[in-house]
Design a protein around this ligand. Structure first.
Ligand code: F6P
Length: 367
């Protein structure tokens, strides 16, 4: 691999607090090594749809561009959930949309713009694309991003701590109103097919029941657990439901599917509230935290992890690595092959210590 002079950075998939901290760390670390940086707008669209960007699909990045962004949520580059270049939604001659592999065009665009390497920030989908580009010959380093924390081979992804912290704060707020009205508050949180956000926030926020995809629930058992509370003088309850939670023998609650995109989850909390109300004999209200969990300033933990990940990505390129993802393996950051990192989703082990702790605290999982 020749000396790397110009690095591109992009952000793909759902945004997460910490993205801008990673971008800043990549840019400053690279500049300190005499490299040049450009950002690709909106995933790969800045290169695949240049006509949509009168100001240019690439953003030159220097110290000034990234000054003071460490604590900002979102991404200064923009992102997309709809621009997978291996399955790019394309209008066919028959007027129908189909998925087209545009990775060869992308490789040509990197070459045309004098880009020697790529640092790709994203979740499993984005890191899978990064691996394809690396295999096609572009030095590429992945940085694991998702509030879901469902990426394998890294103890944690940035964005997760911020999402859990905010969800916990929301649960804290709901205890008083639930108590005041002797209600059951059902709180739906994001996380796709993993229950990490629901589990960690539910335990930290003193939920009475936590429903996660990894443990299909029996609504009768949830109701039975909640009905024990009045005997202890507690006439309200908090139930946390992961958006991917499902009843025993049932399926996830899906609200839609578009070409080139993952299915859209939704309605899991409302489904639980509707079924619980007659069983517990109390009013049930649903709160969907949704994209609130994606917003806001990253916590200190997420800022530090993001800065460490960004700097490690540049060091990896300098060391001639490609096709790897930076990963947190306390107390250090190491590199794991992208192929391994995207092989399987990291879901909650039903016997993990946090679940054992939750059960010790009397929290129901509906099983
Ligand atoms: O993967 C992150 C995530 O926030 C999931 O938890 C959620 O299901 C999904 O993105 C929502 O995607 P969108 O922002 O496209 O609605």
């Amino acid at each position: 691999m020749g000396k790397i002079k110009k690095i591109a950075i992009n952000t793909g998939g759902g945004d997460a607090p910490g993205l801008n901290a990673v971008i800043r760390a990549v840019v400053v670390s690279a500049i300190n090594r005499g490299m040049e940086c450009v950002g690709i707008r909106d995933g790969y669209n800045g290169l695949l749809r240049p006509e949509e960007y009168p100001e240019g699909g690439l953003i030159p990045l220097n110290r000034r561009s990234v000054r003071g962004i460490t604590h900002l949520g979102g991404t200064i580059l923009g992102t997309t959930n709809k621009g997978n270049p291996t399955k790019y939604p394309t209008l066919g001659p028959d007027g129908k949309m189909y998925e087209k592999d545009r990775t060869d065009e992308l490789m040509a665009a990197f070459k045309h713009n004098g880009i020697d390497a790529l640092v790709a920030l994203g979740g499993d989908g984005s890191l899978g694309i990064a691996n394809v580009l690396s295999e096609k010959g572009l030095p590429t380093i992945g940085v694991p991003k998702t509030i879901d924390n469902d990426l394998d081979k890294t103890v944690v992804t940035f964005g997760f701590d911020t999402a859990v912290s905010f969800a916990t704060e929301c649960l804290d707020r709901l205890h008083s109103t639930a108590d005041a009205h002797r209600r059951v508050m059902v709180v739906e949180v994001m996380g796709r097919y993993a229950g990490w956000i629901a589990l960690n926030a539910g335990v930290s926020g003193n939920a009475d029941a936590i429903l996660i995809p990894e443990i299909p629930y029996d609504i009768g058992k949830v109701a039975a657990a909640l009905k024990e509370r009045p005997k202890r003088g507690k006439h309200y309850a908090i139930v946390v439901v992961a958006e991917g939670a499902m009843p025993k023998g049932g399926s996830v609650s899906v609200v839609g599917k578009e070409l080139g995109r993952a299915e859209k989850l939704g309605g899991a909390g409302e489904r639980v509230a509707k079924e619980l109300e007659p069983l517990v004999g109390k009013e049930c209200r649903t709160v969907v935290l949704g994209h609130l969990l994606r917003g806001g300033c990253p916590t200190t933990f997420d800022r530090l992890i993001s800065l460490r990940f960004g700097a490690a990505a540049v060091r990896a390129l300098e060391e001639g690595r490609t096709g790897v993802m930076v990963a947190l393996d306390p107390p250090t950051v190491r590199y794991v092959p992208l192929k391994e990192a995207t092989n399987r989703m990291k879901t909650v082990p039903p016997d993990c210590d946090t679940i054992v702790t939750a059960r010790d605290l009397g929290i129901s999982f509906g099983d």
